[in-house]
Design a protein around this ligand. Structure first.
Ligand SMILES: Cc1cc2nc3c(=O)[nH]c(=O)nc-3n(C[C@H](O)[C@H](O)[C@H](O)COP(=O)(O)OP(=O)(O)OC[C@H]3O[C@@H](n4cnc5c(N)ncnc54)[C@H](O)[C@@H]3O)c2cc1C
Ligand SMILES: NC(=O)c1ccc[n+]([C@@H]2O[C@H](COP(=O)([O-])OP(=O)(O)OC[C@H]3O[C@@H](n4cnc5c(N)ncnc54)[C@H](O)[C@@H]3O)[C@@H](O)[C@H]2O)c1
Length: 464
C-alpha cells in the first residue's frame, strides 16, 4: 500500500484526521481538488463569514444607529475593509494549516479523488494527469455545498448562495433572505448591521425553530432594532430576476422585491465525484451512512464531517476526524466528547450545549431553569449589552447541569464553562461555590445558578 491512510478533502474534518494520524506515526496524505486548502471551513464558510461578521459587528457599535446613519460611501468603505480583513485572515490561516500538516509529515496531493476499488483511489489533477494511490484506511471528508434547486436563477450577482454572497464587492440597498436557519441569521446580522434593508422569509413561526423561544426572542429584538422585516410562516415558491431587481413569490401570493436575494435552505453532500459504488459504500439520499465509529458500510472506509450530515459543523467535523483515526489505528482514549457546543454567530451571538427545555420535556426529565441576565452584571452594563442572557437547565433531582443556553456578546466563548461543568458531571452548587473574575459576563453563570437554587430542594438526591 502507498499510505497507511488516504484522506479525501482538506476541510476541518480531513485536516484533523490527517494531523491525528501523523501524531500516531502513520503515513498520511490529504487529496484536495481545489487549488486552496481548507474546504468550506476556511475558504467559503466558517472563517470568511466570521471575519465579515466581526467587521459588521464593530461597525454596528459605532454611534447610536450604527451604520444605518452612515453615508453610503462610508458603508461601502466598511465592506471593502471587511473583505480585505477576511481575505487576510483566510491567507494567514491557510499558511498556519499547511505548515502544521507538512511539519507533521502529511503529504498534500492535488487532484480529485474517486474510487477504483475499496483500497485504491484515482487522483486526477487540474492538468488532467491521473495516478492511482492505495491505502489500508481511506477517510472521506469531502464536505457539502449549498443546496441550489434548478428553478432558482442563481447568477452570483443578484441571486446568491452562501458562497457567492461572500464575494459581493458592494453593498446592495436591499437583501431578501430565503430561510430562517443558521446561515440566514448570520448573514442577516452582517448585512443589517451594515445598514442594508434586510427581509427574511421562513416557513416556521420562529427563526431557528429548534431553539428556545426566550433565547430567539433576544435575537428577534436585535433584528427588529436593525430594521429587519420578518415574513414568518411563509413559503417561497419562486425567485425571479427582473430588470434591476429580484422578485420573490410567496405561497400566500405576496410579492417581495429586493436588489439581491440570498437563498439559504440547507446544504447537499459532495459524494458524487467519489464514485462510491466502486467501493460498495452505502448512501442515504447522498449522505454517507456511518456507525458510531464513523465507519461506512465498508469497515476500513471512514466518513466524517458534512458528508455524513448533521450537525455538519467545522467544530464537530474536526472531532469526528480525530475520533475516526483513533478508531482506525486502535488508539486508546475517548472517541467523541459527550457534549458538543453549538454557536450561531449572529448579532447577538447564540450558543448552547446539552438539552433544550423541549428535549428535557421529551425525555421526561424533571428540571428547573435559572436565568442570569447580562444587565444584572456590571460587565454587561459596561459593554452595553442589556439583553444578554445565560439560561441554565438543571436536573431537579441530581442538581446536575443538563443544558446551558447563552444569547449575547461572547456567548460562543462563555458556553465552554457550562460544557466543562457538564462533562465533569457538575452541579449548580459547583457554580455557586466557584469564584469568578469581576466584572465579567461569566458571573451570569453564578446568577443563573443562584436562580436555579431558589427552585430546588436544598440538597440533591443521592444518585442511584
Ligand atoms: C456560511 C457558513 C458558515 C459556517 N459557520 C460555521 C461556524 O461558525 N462554525 C462551525 O463549526 N461551522 C460552520 N459552518 C459549517 C462548516 O463550514 C462545515 O461544517 C465544515 O466546513 C465541514 O467540514 P468538512 O471537512 O466536512 O468539509 P469541507 O470544509 O466542505 O471540505 C471538504 C473539501 O473536500 C474537497 N473535495 C470534495 N470532493 C473531493 C474529491 N472527490 N477529491 C478531492 N477533494 C474533494 C472540497 O474541495 C473541500 O475542500 C459554516 C458553513 C457555512 C456555509
Ligand atoms: N455557526 C454555525 O455553526 C453555522 C453557520 C452557518 C452554517 N452552518 C451549517 O450550515 C447548515 C445549513 O444551514 P442553512 O441555514 O442553510 O439551513 P437550515 O436547514 O439550518 O435552515 C433552513 C431554514 O429554511 C426554512 N425553509 C425551508 N423551506 C423553505 C421555503 N420554501 N420557504 C421559506 N423557508 C423555508 C426552514 O424552515 C429552516 O428554518 C447548517 O445546518 C450548519 O450545519 C453552521
Amino acid at each position: 500500500m502507498d499510505y497507511d491512510i488516504l484522506i479525501v478533502g482538506s476541510g476541518p474534518a480531513g485536516q484533523h484526521a490527517a494531523w491525528q494520524a501523523a501524531r500516531m506515526g502513520k503515513r498520511a496524505a490529504i487529496i484536495e481538488r481545489k487549488p486552496s486548502i481548507g474546504g468550506a471551513g476556511l475558504q467559503t464558510g466558517t472563517i470568511p463569514s466570521k471575519a465579515l461578521r466581526e467587521a459588521a459587528y464593530l461597525a454596528s457599535r459605532s454611534g447610536v444607529q450604527g451604520m444605518r446613519e452612515a453615508s453610503t460611501a462610508a458603508r461601502h468603505g466598511v465592506l471593502a475593509e471587511a473583505v480585505r480583513r477576511k481575505d487576510m485572515v483566510i491567507a494567514q490561516q491557510e499558511s498556519v494549516i499547511v505548515k502544521r500538516l507538512l511539519k507533521s509529515g502529511v503529504a498534500l496531493i492535488p487532484g480529485e479523488a474517486s474510487f477504483i476499488d475499496e483500497h485504491t483511489l484515482e487522483v486526477v489533477d487540474a492538468n488532467g494527469a491521473s495516478r492511482q494511490l492505495s491505502a489500508d484506511v481511506i477517510l472521506l471528508a469531502t464536505g457539502s455545498r449549498p443546496h441550489r434547486p434548478s428553478d432558482i436563477p442563481f447568477d452570483k450577482q443578484t441571486v446568491l448562495d452562501s458562497t457567492s454572497i461572500l464575494k459581493l464587492k458592494r453593498l446592495p440597498k436591499s437583501l431578501l433572505v430565503v430561510g430562517g436557519g443558521v446561515i440566514a441569521c448570520e448573514f442577516v446580522s452582517i448585512f443589517a448591521a451594515l445598514g442594508v434593508a434586510v427581509s427574511v422569509v421562513d416557513s416556521h413561526a420562529q427563526l431557528l425553530a429548534y431553539l428556545s423561544e426566550d433565547v430567539v426572542a433576544v435575537l428577534a429584538e436585535s433584528f427588529d432594532n436593525m430594521g429587519v422585516e420578518l415574513h414568518m410562516q411563509q413559503r417561497v415558491v419562486a425567485v425571479r430576476r427582473e430588470e434591476g431587481r429580484t422578485l420573490t413569490l410567496l405561497e400566500s401570493g405576496q410579492k417581495l422585491y429586493s436588489e439581491v436575494v440570498l437563498y439559504a435552505l440547507g446544504r447537499v453532500p459532495n459524494a458524487q465525484s467519489l464514485n462510491t459504488p466502486k467501493a460498495g459504500i452505502t448512501l442515504d439520499q447522498g449522505w454517507i451512512t456511518v456507525n458510531k465509529q464513523f465507519q461506512s458500510s465498508v469497515p476500513h472506509i471512514y466518513a466524517v464531517g458534512d458528508l455524513i450530515g448533521r450537525p455538519a459543523l467545522a467544530s464537530t467535523g474536526m472531532e469526528q476526524g480525530r475520533a475516526a483515526v483513533l478508531h482506525a489505528f486502535g488508539g486508546s482514549g475517548q472517541a467523541m466528547p459527550a457534549n458538543l457546543p453549538m454557536a450561531i454567530y449572529a448579532i447577538p451571538e447564540i450558543s448552547w450545549v446539552g438539552k433544550t427545555e423541549k428535549e428535557a420535556k421529551r425525555d421526561q426529565i424533571d428540571y428547573v431553569v435559572g436565568r442570569g441576565y447580562y444587565k444584572e452584571s456590571a460587565r454587561g452594563q459596561i459593554i452595553g449589552d442589556a439583553n444578554g442572557l445565560v439560561k441554565l437547565i438543571v436536573d431537579a433531582h441530581s442538581h446536575r447541569l443538563i443544558g446551558a443556553h447563552i444569547v449575547g456578546e461572547h456567548a460562543s466563548e462563555l458556553i465552554h464553562t457550562g460544557q466543562l461543568l457538564m462533562n465533569f458531571n457538575g452541579t449548580v452548587h459547583d457554580l455557586v461555590a466557584n469564584a469568578f473574575n469581576y466584572p465579567t459576563l461569566a458571573e451570569c453563570y453564578k446568577l443563573a445558578a443562584l436562580d436555579c437554587l431558589s427552585h430546588l430542594s436544598p440538597t440533591p438526591e443521592p444518585l442511584l
